[in-house]
Design a protein around this ligand. Structure first.
Ligand code: SF4
Length: 299
């Protein structure tokens, strides 16, 4: 298979067929991000021949029993949804040719990847199986979005996700706990809940900011331009987010960046999730959490 560098996928795509169609990130500019630093270029589209060769190889390796079970494909790369609709449709055709039982195709998408697609194209993509996009909105806090160079604001999240709603393409969000910085976490969490409450994400996955020395954010901290929250503040922020979410959504703070995994279906499990967070805030030691993060060599 043509995998380039570390293959990143959301935890809930564990059983999907992972197909590389792009490598790297077209944006490659978020101050905290070091995810694709292990590849020697910013962004590349995979040649269609490589994609087809990988599908052929996967088909051969999976054997007939598993071959019939492939119902979802996850396109690998930081933002494959940036590809033109015509190319995404071509890829969907190939997936269906090699895996006729495949029902849906997901991938990471930036908010700005949706913008240039027409409503008609989004509908065609939905018909071709594109569904369950994972979007790292990170926050609804405009000050943090601008400072971190995310390349869009909360109004863009609302506009573009409403367009996905209209096309019937479902989506999941990643939230980045601590992106607003020390003293601003609760404000950021409230702004994010406000954005999410106006939309229909099926999953909100929370990751905790972990700052590596090769990131631009690390330099900002050295220069005195930004300050990180304490670990306990991060849990208080997460609590504020959960408390203010009013939509039905599966909330999950899993993955390596969260020292203590927390998950629940909201609103049913809201009280339970809040009481777990209260217990962490009350009883877990800041130094212990800090040590966990310091020792996190890789996300
Ligand atoms: S956070 Fe996502 S969009 Fe930003 S640079 Fe990293 S991969 Fe690209």
């Amino acid at each position: 298979m043509h995998y380039t560098g570390t293959v990143w996928r959301p935890p809930y795509e564990a059983s999907s067929l992972l197909l590389e169609v792009t490598a790297g990130c077209t944006h490659h500019n978020c101050k905290f991000c070091t995810l694709y630093d292990d590849i020697p270029f910013k962004f590349r589209m995979s040649p269609m021949e490589d994609i087809e060769a990988d599908l052929k190889e996967a088909q051969g390796q999976l054997g007939l029993w598993k071959f019939n079970k492939v119902s979802r494909t996850f396109l690998v790369g930081a933002n494959p949804f940036v590809l033109k609709a015509s190319r995404l449709l071509e890829i969907a055709d190939l997936v269906h040719q090699y895996f006729p039982h495949n029902k849906t195709i997901g991938c990471f998408s930036r908010i700005t990847d949706i913008t240039p697609k027409t409503d008609e194209e989004l509908l065609k993509l939905k018909q071709a199986g594109y569904d369950g996009l994972t979007i790292g909105i990170e926050t609804g806090d405009d000050e943090a979005l601008a400072f971190m160079h995310k390349g869009y604001l909360s109004k863009d999240i609302l506009t573009q996700c409403r367009r996905l709603d209209h096309a019937g393409i479902s989506y999941h969000f990643f939230y980045l706990t601590s992106i607003s910085g020390a003293g601003k976490g609760e404000k950021g969490a409230k702004a994010t809940a406000d954005v999410c409450n106006q939309l229909h994400p099926q999953i909100i996955g929370a990751n905790m900011l972990t700052i590596y020395p090769n990131s631009e954010l690390f330099q900002e901290i050295q220069n005195g331009n930004w300050q990180e929250e304490t670990e306990i503040e991060k849990y208080k922020e997460l609590r504020t987010l959960v408390e203010n979410l009013e939509i039905p959504v599966w909330f999950a703070a899993g993955g390596a960046s969260n020292a203590i995994p927390i998950q629940g279906t909201l609103p049913k499990d809201k009280k339970k999730v809040l009481s777990v967070l209260d217990e962490i805030i009350k009883s877990v030691d800041e130094d212990e959490l800090r040590n966990y993060r310091k020792n996190l060599r890789h996300l």
